[in-house]
Every structure is written in structure tokens, then in C-alpha cells.
Design a protein around this ligand. Structure first.
Ligand code: PLP
Length: 425
């Protein structure tokens, strides 16, 4: 079929075909190792002359199914699945940066990513500069220097739910010969395909909507195959790599140079590939991703409207609300819905926020977001607790901010639960 398949079909059928040609057969290859007939056959694999699996710390057939499906859904050419979303973002950066380099990150990111950038990678000589997503382009560009290797943003920020102007940041990155890396966790490829708007690398915490059931940790890095690594800034992808007996990733892998380097060096050395069983469960999650996202978005819009009309609510942020500062961007970047995450503040500050959370009965208090079951959290005292006051302010995380992740339950039940909890304040 020459026509591009729709997302709902791709979620189920894309990528993988079993050896017998039946796409319904989906084996869990729970094995560390693979047997070869001759020493030369294995030697050729090690030399990257032929494709195949050497050892499950580098690749695995079940993990490859998931990687192909996500790459296809995102419109990329290859993907590398990792043990968590954190390791996916770390991998995306390590593949391009070394000691002395720096990255430009937007200030509204998930707290764990801010910690990774601020406290961990900086210890190893990769520094980070945070810029406001609404900052003037000239101001942002003035932060880029010859050692800046990438710009990093989230399609929908966690927890402030601002939608990123991906095209603006892609142009800005490309004007400066660097790639744009987008964490697309909250939007998923069902609502937004950042590569179509100029992003070069896309990451996910598959732990969230992609798995969708709060069962399986995982992450993925998708390579668009579009960035010109030969522009003089990324020698490590072009020059012979001593850690892989002198391979030039650009010469050997062409447009897939980035994902090949990610797998053959960092995934191999650090060992944070996704486990086969996690890939098996996550691939199962993908099959229902498109209908789940439709329902999450539908429910969330109804609840956001309900909250907005309620006097006890101080403010509501949801990209699908006309009153949202991100509404226009949501119409451009999010197709078919605005996902399931709402940020709002109740009148009465932090005590009222906590009373509301403690009074919920169906919506559970968990350290998670983006799965079938509705959940809630108070980011300032939990997921973003390690951030300084200034960082919280920059990320738009007020003391009374409640992050509500709307699930796929009956929306009337959820509204009843919220109404009852609000009445307890
Ligand atoms: N990126 C975003 C946007 C997230 O919300 C999270 C976790 O909440 C992560 C990355 C990290 O993912 P994980 O918990 O799978 O390591």
C-alpha cells in the first residue's frame, strides 16, 4: 500500500513482521544471547558489516519491534529503547556532548530532567543554560556559543502544560548548526510528530502514555535521520571512533549515524537498554495508544471546562481551553486533542491544595502521570521538590499548582469525585 497509514493502524501493524510473515506473531525473546554458525558470521556482526543481534545489552529482537514501531509512529528512521525516560534523555545528550560542551534547555521541563541537567551531567563537564520558552529569540540566541551542542524542550511541559513552538526552536537551532531534541512524552506521536515541525531527535518516557497502564518503565530516543552531522560541529560522529575500532558513524550508517552511535557506544557501555519483557509489555500498550489518547483528551477537556467554571478554582491551564496561553500553539501542534494533563490552582494556597488531594476518592495520589487511571500530585512538594524557588518560578510551578492526569474512566465519575473533594476545602 503506498498511502501512509493512519496512527490507529500504525500502532498495531507498523514495523515488525515475524519470520513466517505473520504480523500477529510477536515473540518475547527473553534471552541474553544468540547462536551463530561460524566465527566469521559473528565477526561480521561485530564489525557492523551485517545486521543482527550480538548480545541483549546492545539489541534484542523484542526490543527491536518496539523501536521500529515508535520510530515509524514518530516519522523517524530508527530508535533506541532504554530502561527509563531519564536514560533516554541522558542518551540523547551523551551521544552529542562531551566535557566542555553545553546545552540550551527550556525552563519548563519535568523536574527529574532539570535535576539530571543541573546536578548530574554538569558534574561531568556538560553544562546547561536554561531559557524561558517565551523569551525573545535574540535573547535565546545570545546564549548559544561554539560549544552549545543542542536545544532541548518538551512538546507539552510537565507540569505547566505549555505547548512549545517547535518550529520556532527548530529554526533557531538550525540557524546555529545544532539539532533540536524534543521530549514528546505528554503529546505522544498520536497528537504531535515533532519531526514534521523540524525536530531532529525525539525522546519519550514510554513509562507514561505509551505503556499507558502504569506497569512498565522505559524510554526511547528516535532519530529523524535529517540532521547534517558533517557541518563541522559533530566530529565524534564523523571521525573514526576509537571505541569501535575506527568506525566513522556517518560513513558507515549515513542518515542513521546518530542512532547507530547511541547504540554502539553509550548503550553498549552504560547498559541502560530496555529489558525484553518491558519492551513486550510496552508494545502491547502501543496497540491501544491512539484510542486511549482520544479518550484522555476528551475527558480532560470536559474536566478543564468544569474547573474553569468553578469559583473555588483560582486558575486552570489546559492547552485545549480557549483561555489557555497555549491555545493557539495547541491548534497548530496538537492534532485531535490536547492530551490528558491539566494544571490548576485552588483558592486558599498550599493547604487548600493538599486538602483537595487528600479528599479525592477515585483519583489517586501517586507519583506518576499519563496512564489509564486518573491521578493527581502536588509538584512543588513532590516531583519538583528538588528544584530551587527560582527554578520553580521559572517553570511556572506555583505553590498551589495541582497536576491532574485525567484517565480513561467515565468522566461523570471523575467530575463527581472532584466536586466532592472541592467541597471539603
Ligand atoms: N520526561 C517527562 C516529560 C516526564 O514526565 C518524565 C517522568 O515523569 C520523564 C521524562 C522521566 O521518565 P521516567 O520516569 O520513565 O524515567
Amino acid at each position: 500500500m503506498s498511502k501512509e497509514l493512519k496512527s490507529a493502524t500504525k500502532c498495531i501493524h507498523s514495523g515488525y513482521k515475524a519470520e513466517n510473515g505473520d504480523p500477529r506473531v510477536f515473540p518475547l525473546v527473553q534471552s541474553t544471547t544468540y547462536k551463530y554458525d561460524t566465527a566469521d558470521e559473528l565477526g561480521d556482526l561485530f564489525d557492523l558489516k551485517t545486521e543482527g543481534h550480538i548480545y541483549s545489552r546492545i539489541s534484542n529482537p523484542t526490543v527491536a519491534v518496539l523501536e521500529e514501531r515508535i520510530a515509524d509512529l514518530e516519522g523517524g528512521i530508527a530508535a533506541v529503547a532504554t530502561s527509563s525516560g531519564q536514560s533516554a534523555n541522558l542518551l540523547a545528550i551523551l551521544t552529542l556532548c562531551k566535557q566542555g560542551d553545553n546545552i540550551l534547555a527550556l525552563s519548563n521541563l519535568y523536574g527529574g530532567t532539570v535535576s539530571l541537567f543541573t546536578h548530574t551531567i554538569s558534574r561531568y563537564g556538560i553544562s546547561v543554560k536554561f531559557v524561558d520558552i517565551n523569551a525573545d529569540e535574540k535573547e535565546i540566541e545570545s546564549e548559544i556559543d561554539e560549544n552549545t551542542k543542542l536545544i532541548f524542550g518538551e512538546t507539552i511541559g510537565n507540569p505547566g502544560v505549555d505547548v512549545l513552538d517547535i518550529e520556532k526552536f527548530a529554526d533557531l537551532a538550525h540557524r546555529n548548526d545544532i539539532p533540536l531534541v524534543i521530549d514528546n512524552t505528554f503529546a505522544t506521536p498520536i497528537l504531535c510528530r515533532p519531526i514534521e515541525f523540524g525536530a531532529d531527535i525525539v525522546t519519550h518516557s514510554t513509562t507514561k502514555y505509551i505503556d499507558g497502564h502504569a506497569r512498565t518503565l522505559g524510554g526511547v530516543v528516535v532519530d529523524s535521520g535529517k540532521f547534517d552531522w558533517k557541518n563541522g560541529k559533530f566530529d565524534e560522529l564523523v571521525l573514526p571512533d576509537e571505541s569501535y575500532h575506527g568506525v566513522s558513524f556517518v560513513e558507515s550508517f549515513g542518515e542513521a549515524a546518530y542512532s547507530a552511535k547511541a547504540r554502539c557506544t553509550f548503550v553498549r557501555d552504560i547498559g541502560f537498554i530496555m529489558a525484553p519483557f518491558n519492551a513486550f509489555l510496552t508494545t502491547q500498550g502501543i496497540e491501544t495508544l491512539s484510542i486511549r489518547i482520544e479518550r484522555h483528551s476528551e475527558n480532560a477537556l470536559k474536566i478543564a471546562k468544569y474547573l474553569e467554571a468553578n469559583d473555588i478554582i483560582e486558575w486552570v491551564k489546559y492547552p485545549g481551553l480557549k483561555s489557555s496561553p497555549s491555545y493557539e500553539l495547541s491548534q497548530k501542534y496538537l492534532k485531535g486533542g490536547s492530551s490528558g494533563i491539566i494544571a490548576f490552582g485552588v483558592k486558599g494556597g498550599v493547604d487548600a491544595a493538599k486538602k483537595f488531594i487528600d479528599s479525592l476518592e477515585i483519583i489517586s495520589l501517586v507519583t506518576h502521570v499519563a496512564d489509564t487511571k486518573s491521578c493527581v500530585i502536588h509538584p512543588a512538594s513532590t516531583t519538583h521538590r528538588q528544584l530551587s524557588k527560582k527554578q520553580l518560578e521559572k517553570g511556572g510551578i506555583t505553590e498551589n499548582l495541582i497536576r491532574l492526569s485525567v484517565g480513561i474512566e467515565d468522566v461523570e465519575d471523575l467530575i463527581d469525585d472532584i466536586e466532592n473533594a472541592l467541597s471539603q476545602i
